[in-house]
Design a protein. Structure first.
Length: 234
């Protein structure tokens, strides 16, 4: 008999098994059955955050700006359940906040880090839901990142003010989310379709201290710019 053909999901499963057992939490629950990589849908991701009482949800999108839809849709789903939710957009292009605010001209996290704005200046309402949004902002990102050590303080302040802080990080890695994670954090990888970039990003996260990373897909949902029932951009 020929040997069985390995798939991408096998690589992720093998990485999970190699992670320290004490760090693995509800892997079977997190990897709800779906074709290919075992990603869960938006509703299940929101249910997990609510049921688990998570204070932070960090999203990594190795497949580009379109994958930021997962963080937006999950944030709106949790907000629709009655929780206070804010989304912090740390993508280079403003992919998440652009879809929620229909603009990239609002002050945001770069303005806050550069001491050009206060908290009250950078928090904006989502045009299509009850979520709040901190966009990328309009300040020089290079100057802003010189104050990146302030991110843990900012995250703690947001966690105190909101039930859930959703952070869209774009195509980053484990090192890129160190300042953002806390004890009550869930880490997600957004999946548009099964691809090597998703597998590699997930395996690296598992190998670098995040064995309970969850794959989530926005497949089957309206685009982030679609108003929820009873909501409009007016």
């Amino acid at each position: 008999m020929p040997p069985p053909v390995r798939g991408a999901a096998d690589d992720i499963a093998e990485a999970r098994l190699a992670a320290p057992a004490r760090e693995i939490v509800d892997i079977e629950e997190a990897a709800a059955p779906r074709p290919n990589l075992g990603e869960i849908d938006i509703e299940k991701a929101a249910e997990k955050l609510i049921a688990g009482g998570a204070g932070r949800a960090i999203f990594i999108s190795p497949q580009g700006d379109d994958a930021a839809a997962s963080s937006i849709l999950v944030a709106r789903e949790v907000s629709d359940a009655g929780l206070r939710v804010i989304l912090l957009d740390l993508t280079a292009s403003g992919a998440a906040s652009r879809a929620m605010l229909e603009s990239v001209l609002f002050p945001g996290i770069t303005n806050l880090l550069s001491s050009q704005a206060q908290f009250s200046d950078v928090i904006h309402p989502d045009q299509f839901s009850d979520c709040h949004v901190i966009p990328v902002g309009t300040a020089d990102p290079v100057r802003a990142m010189r104050a990146a050590d302030r991110l843990p303080i900012i995250m703690q302040s947001l966690t105190t003010a909101y039930d859930l802080v959703v952070v869209e990080c774009g195509a980053t890695d484990a090192q890129g989310i160190r300042r953002l994670a806390g004890e009550d954090t869930e880490v997600f990888v957004s999946v548009l379709e099964a691809a090597d970039s998703v597998v590699q990003a997930t395996v690296k996260l598992i190998e670098n201290g995040y064995p309970d990373v969850i794959l989530v897909t926005p497949a089957g949902h309206d685009t982030p710019g679609t108003p929820l029932p009873g909501k409009s951009a007016a």
